[in-house]
Ligand binder design. Sequence first.
Ligand code: NAI
Length: 333
Amino acid sequence: MTKAVVLGAAGGIGQPLSLLLKVNPLITELGLYDIVNTPGVAADLSHIDSPAKVEGYLPPDDGLAKTLKGADIVVIPAGVPRKPGMTRDDLFKINAGIVRDLATGIAKTCPKAFVLVISNPVNSTVPVVVEVFKQHGVFDPKRIFGVTTLDVVRASTFVAEVIGDLAKAPSISVPVIGGHSGVTIVPLLSQSSQPLPSGYSQEQIAALTNRVQFGGDEVVKAKDGAGSATLSMAYAGAEFAEKVLRAVKGEKGIIAPSFVHLSADAAGGKAVQSEIGSTLDYFSARVELGPGGVEKIHPIGEVSEYEQGLIKAAVPELAKNIDAGNAFIHGSK
Ligand code: NAI
């Protein structure tokens, strides 16, 4: 029996994400929570002939606790998305409050669940969840993840476009490390499983890197005021959730970049800190998943001089974002 929960399930990401989780055969129960429309979304999904039993709740009558009861994995896409001209950090004040309240519910009702944070800015909302869990004495760094999978998915797709063979996209793997906004997104194209075409210039590498870092802006601009990435994010979120669940079921060797507290694997975390020359508590590293969540944090490994520069630029920005998340909780007691 595996119960998955989506908080923010009626939203642009929440609905397609709930659909993808509903059709995932590893999931037997699906709880949906939002401040609007969840009974409708749940009724609609419940007609699909896949195993998961679906229930949807709204805030009245302890809806959050009812949704979370018995959850094994909780995915959080609740919050407001970007409009043109906004950065992810502009969302911070509203989304940090939403995430704090939802994290409080998780800490009280299902503290052992894996928590997958999608709500932006991820670099700050993950520290918000961690600090709430610490306040409730239930913090386990192995179980809290910031979902950066969309950056990884984009990197695979864009490299496949460069080589002119989209059919290869699913098998291309490009580690994307650091964090999840602007310059904190560091794609390691030098470690791509698919080499870039011979003669691919440094200018072209810089342009491709920039496209991965600011790929979200392409969507925000194209949607022209109607929000940010939803369908690709739902796909990425469902993919990461499935990896976590496969690892829980005992599958070995699943490695996925994710924004985690580096104490989740003390030795691995220290090694990453020494590679980045900083004592940051959080970093999106290549995380190996196991039955208890984070099993191992893999080293960054060999990077190009250009990528070393990207990491150097990411670190102070990440430190700022992490501090903002910590300060939000400790200033709002
Ligand atoms: P949306 O506005 O379409 O949906 C958000 C949903 O959250 C709405 O249904 C809203 O009613 C709900 N919500 C608001 N307050 C809530 C609360 N207190 N409890 C439960 N639900 C609540 O937004 P969208 O497009 O689905 O984006 C959601 C979040 O995901 C945004 O913060 C966005 O920036 C982020 N995002 C993250 C990405 C990533 O790679 N990690 C990629 C794309 C978006």
